[in-house]
Design a binder for this molecule. Sequence first.
Ligand code: NAD
Length: 313
Amino acid sequence: MCGAGGFIGAHLARRLVEDGYWVRSADIKEPEFAPSAAHDFVVADLRDRDECGRVLEGGFDEVYQLAADMGGMGFIHSAECEIMRNNVLININMIDAAAAAKVSRFFYSSSVCIYRDMAIGEPELTEEDAYPAMPDNEYGWEKLYSERAVMAYGRRHGIATRIARFQTTYGPEGTWTGGREKAPAAICRKVAEVDDGGEIEVWGDGSAVRSYTYVDDLVDGILLLTASDREEPTNIGNPEYVSVNELVATVAAVAGKTVRISHIDGPVGVQSRNFSNAAIEQLGFSARFPLRDGIARTYPWVAAQVEAARLTR
Ligand code: NAD
């Protein structure tokens, strides 16, 4: 489990251990919020090809590649060179090492950032609509390149490659502060920090449309896809579309606060994302957590982090 010092990888490692797998996790850092559930945790910089080989020593049936230098829109727009360099090195070296180690199944975490910008209300994009390609940012271009690299290695070396394009994912133990946090965690933090009746800042006019996937749903989708025969990159997400203003309203309702929004300039990203989940649903996937339920599980965790940080100040 590469990248298991991070948010999704830590959750996925925990689920695989619960399901009875023997799991080795690898990351450049230990998990921040809870001890790793894996049987073995190796600290390794996966930009380095030798390190990729080292974490596979002993022999593995499956590799899940979730390590990436990444964050929300603020990070994606300010760290283009780091994203292009670090992620391409991690991805190419990890699939190369997996081929050399004769791994039979390789999962790669791509993103819906590989899709072009959309107008609000446009019909859903399917996986094939990724081409002709026009991702909105360099993070999306790198993901698209790495999807292709993983598939090329799969063809050459007979590895069953499985590629998921994740929608924005949220839940407890996700980055919630420091500049890499994504919108759901950022909004939870801002709402937790203000008093009832207070004001929070939101980038843009709040009309941009998104859908957000609760981490347990994403883990379900990853495991279904990896166990399936489906070779094409596959969207995994929740079909509940909301504006950023509606996301704020949902978080405020869960927090039991009235919150006013101050709209400020900032890196909003695409205007809309609206893509099909039909392929993953055909494999039996169905998102179990509507936004309200997922936020009800996430907000208390973020609020507890905010309170703990306040007490140590
Ligand atoms: P995360 O930042 O919490 O986890 C990524 C992990 O990769 C971190 O623990 C980090 O330390 C590790 N890493 C970075 N550079 C490394 C290196 N050189 N060597 C070893 N480890 C390194 O992110 P996440 O949200 O858990 O995302 C996991 C994967 O899913 C990433 O590939 C990401 O691009 C993709 N993804 C996430 C989302 C989302 O909303 N969270 C959406 C689309 C795609």
